[in-house]
Design a protein around this ligand. Structure first.
Ligand SMILES: [Ca+2]
Length: 162
């Protein structure tokens, strides 16, 4: 602050506050970037694990998808749309997971969804770039995920849980 010492006390105060504000913004930006990188890293690992599980199912040969790849791609797009809006289109989510019949369906749906960016309702915050599982955790509470998805999977003997 050497160069500012000639300034009146109030001006030094203003500069100190401005400096504090700036370092808060810089700190927040760095924090957002670091957590975005961590989320992406986790997302890539998750997709890798899903691909391994799909290979396992294929090897076992007893669980084959009941929904075509094209249809699953449409469903992945509809889920993304359900997340993109401010709030969450819960009916759409329930409807889509209602069509899932076995583990192969859900694993291929997750793989097809891949990693997508969901707009943050808070305009100045970075979008969430993540997997289907990460987007669901972001959009729904744990209880809602249980009610709309996992409990439905239990009834259908699907092993996968979000
Ligand atoms: Ca949303």
């Amino acid at each position: 602050m050497g160069t500012f010492q000639g300034l009146p006390k109030w001006a030094q105060g203003v500069l100190a506050v401005a400096g504090l504000g700036l370092s808060t913004i810089i700190g927040w930006t760095i924090y957002n970037k670091v957590s975005a990188i961590a989320t992406t890293k986790k997302a890539r690992k998750e997709i890798g694990d899903i691909e391994d599980e799909i290979k396992e199912l294929k090897k076992e040969g007893n669980i084959v998808p009941t929904i075509s790849k094209a249809q699953l791609a449409i469903m992945a797009g509809q889920l993304e749309q359900a997340f993109q809006e401010a709030g969450t289109d819960e009916d759409q989510i329930k409807r889509i997971f209602g069509q899932i019949k076995n583990d192969a369906d859900v694993l291929i749906l997750i793989k097809t969804y891949g990693i997508r960016s969901i707009k943050n309702p808070i305009a100045w915050q970075a979008p969430l770039k993540g997997t289907l599982g990460q987007a669901l955790s972001d959009e729904l509470s744990a209880d809602e995920i249980e009610e709309y998805i996992n409990s439905v999977f239990v009834k259908k003997n699907i092993k996968y849980r979000f």
